[in-house]
Design a protein around this ligand. Structure first.
Ligand code: PLP
Ligand code: ZN
Length: 403
């Protein structure tokens, strides 16, 4: 476990999230030779596709007890109807909303909670726009740990709140934004002895990188040319890049996708860096978007994600809430995929690029759909036609259909 900035090594057997010298985030570095040796005798490709198919590439002890809900192994759905509309030859959606609690967070949480148990932690915590708390609550219950989640008051989608409460977490509503809640959580870890499972926790990122391995495997070893992905705190985009880069360095694949990070216009500090060429992040004070999962003004992982996107040869840009909602509706009506708004932001970014003529149409493109539409029923209902009420007669139905 090393600092992303100064490279200082940190003990993996201790609960730390920031460099003791310079305060930057930590990351797990793979021992390439050891990984190759383990892969050589392994039978990865014969196991069912899931996060734990890649166990040898994850930083958990060989004898550790794994806490799993069978996360990962999510479908890579070929979207021909949508592809035809956009004039794209090969379009896929990686539907990570089909994970056990309905978002990609489960990939990170199964590894994070497994690690928390290794470290002997009894209480886990996070700040959350919703999905992290839903996922953490479920896995904490599974592992018999106490769970405290901090959410921004009044800003969490109904389904996500229901999950965190139902799984037995102590849900605390904070008067402030997600960024304010994360601030409190980070301070509390030392003082109150709670283990933090936000994406500043490098083990979360390790679990999430498996989505990139899966995409390569699902495409029979030919990675896509482009990966479109929403960026909130920036953990998942960094995780995908880590996965693609590791698979390439291990020689499992021989190329990697260009990463296009997509943010909502009202909370786009990372996209702004790419637009202006700035080399540090200027936080957005009052982030706002219908896509609550990416309503984040001060992304904790900005350095990781900016580096990841640049290394891939990509960039970050924005879409409006209107574009996000149109993409969400399109995905649901044309492809049968019900994503929450943040889970449609990547597609909205792709549509925008295609319309601007910025994409070679013979490209193989994957859009990551990060969360399930049932998470946020209010937004879905508000942009759909309300049910019509009729008498219970065939006549009434016929008349209604004529009209
Ligand atoms: C957490 C989340 C995101 C943002 O991921 P980051 O790692 O914070 O960039 C996007 N979409 C959904 C549905 C999420 O739950
Ligand atoms: Zn450092």
């Amino acid at each position: 476990m090393r600092c992303i900035e100064c490279g200082k090594a940190h003990d993996m057997a201790k609960p730390v999230y920031a460099c003791s010298s310079c305060g930057n985030l930590l990351e797990i570095r793979m021992d390439r030779a050891a990984a190759l040796a383990r892969l050589a005798k392994g039978d990865l490709q014969r196991r069912p596709i899931s996060v734990w198919r890649y166990r040898e590439l994850l930083p958990v002890g060989a004898n550790s007890k794994i806490f799993s809900l069978n996360e990962g192994g999510t479908p890579l759905i070929r979207c021909d109807a949508l592809g035809r509309e956009l004039g794209l030859r090969e379009l896929y959606v990686k539907f990570d909303g089909t994970n056990p609690t309905g978002s990609f967070k489960d990939r990170g949480m199964t590894v994070g909670i497994t690690k928390a148990a290794e470290l002997g932690m009894k209480v886990v915590t996070c700040a959350s726009t919703g999905n992290t708390s839903a996922s953490l609550a479920a896995y904490a219950g599974l592992a018999g740990m106490k769970c405290v989640v901090l959410i921004p008051e009044g800003k969490v989608a109904l389904g996500k709140l229901a999950q965190a409460m139902m799984h037995g977490a102590l849900v605390v509503s904070v008067k402030g934004s997600f960024d304010d809640a994360l601030d409190v959580v980070m301070k509390s870890s030392d003082k109150l002895g709670m283990y933090v499972l936000n994406s500043v926790n490098p083990f979360r990122i390790e679990g999430q990188k498996t989505a990139a391995f899966e995409i390569c495997d699902q495409l029979n070893g030919s990675p896509p040319d482009y990966l479109y992905i929403p960026v909130g705190n920036g953990g998942n985009s960094a995780a995908y890049w880590k996965g693609f880069a590791e698979y390439e360095s291990l020689g499992v694949v021989s190329s990697h996708p260009i990463i296009r990070g997509i943010q909502a216009e009202g909370s786009a500090p990372v996209a702004k860096m790419f637009a202006t060429g700035a080399d540090t992040l200027t936080p957005v004070k009052k982030p706002d978007t219908v896509a609550t999962a990416i309503r984040i003004g001060n992304p904790a992982n900005w350095k990781k994600t900016v580096r990841a996107i640049k290394e891939s040869g990509g960039s970050a840009s924005t879409v409006t809430d209107g574009e996000i909602l149109a993409a969400q509706k399109k995905l649901a009506t044309v492809q049968g995929i019900f994503a929450e708004p943040a889970g449609a932001a990547a597609l909205a970014g792709l549509i925008k690029d295609v319309r601007a003529g910025e994409l070679d149409k013979s490209s193989r493109v994957v859009c990551v759909s990060t969360g399930h539409g049932l998470k946020d029923p209010d937004v879905a209902i508000s942009q759909s036609v309300k049910p019509k009420v009729i008498d219970a007669t065939l006549d009434a139905l016929g008349k209604m259909l004529e009209g």
